[in-house]
Design a protein around this ligand. Structure first.
Ligand code: FMN
Length: 151
């Protein structure tokens, strides 16, 4: 199945123990269900502005540690500031234990600084596999795809 427009999404994650990577893969699956292309990359592979250019949608994710997003995502957001992401479809996500600040902070930056066309809110999951996490992450990808098809 294709969307006929070759719209592409980039899902970038940063993780310490792998939960946020699993969520990233599930979101990408959900995006692909809608017939869109989705690439998943570790933040460590985003080194220059051109690594972020050329996509129609961006989904950024980080686990929360000590009340914050991980350093790799902070550094990448400063890089992303130099790329024109205005109006692109955006979302954020992350695994968390109890407070889960990272997805909220990323979402706010994408919305307020990058002026992106954001989905309804960030996706925060305690685990990719517990409590319906698989479906919630896939559904988040579907929501991004729906917004992409309307953009
Ligand atoms: C040292 C340490 C600090 C943490 N701090 C927070 C925190 O401030 N808020 C929170 O919601 N979860 C916190 N967590 C829980 C992690 O966010 C949780 O284990 C998450 O699933 C890790 O995701 P990852 O596998 O993508 O690294 C902390 C975990 C550790 C080990």
């Amino acid at each position: 199945m294709t969307n006929g427009k070759n719209l592409r999404a980039l899902v970038v994650y940063t993780t310490r123990t792998g939960q946020t990577k699993d969520i990233a893969e599930l979101i990408a699956e959900g995006i692909r269900f809608g017939g869109f292309e989705a690439e998943v990359k570790n933040v460590t592979s985003i080194k220059k502005e051109s690594d972020l250019e050329g996509y129609d949608s961006y989904v950024f994710g980080s686990a929360t540690y000590h009340g914050e997003m991980m350093q790799g995502m902070k550094t990448m957001l400063f890089l992303a500031e130099k790329v024109n992401l205005e109006g692109k479809v955006g979302g954020s996500f992350g695994a968390f234990g109890w407070s889960g600040e990272a997805p909220d902070r990323i979402f706010d930056t994408m919305s307020n600084i990058f002026k992106m066309n954001m989905v309804s809110g960030p996706l925060r999951l305690k685990s990719a596999s517990l409590g319906g996490g698989i479906k919630m992450a896939q559904d988040y990808g579907r929501e991004l795809g729906k917004k992409l098809s309307e953009s």
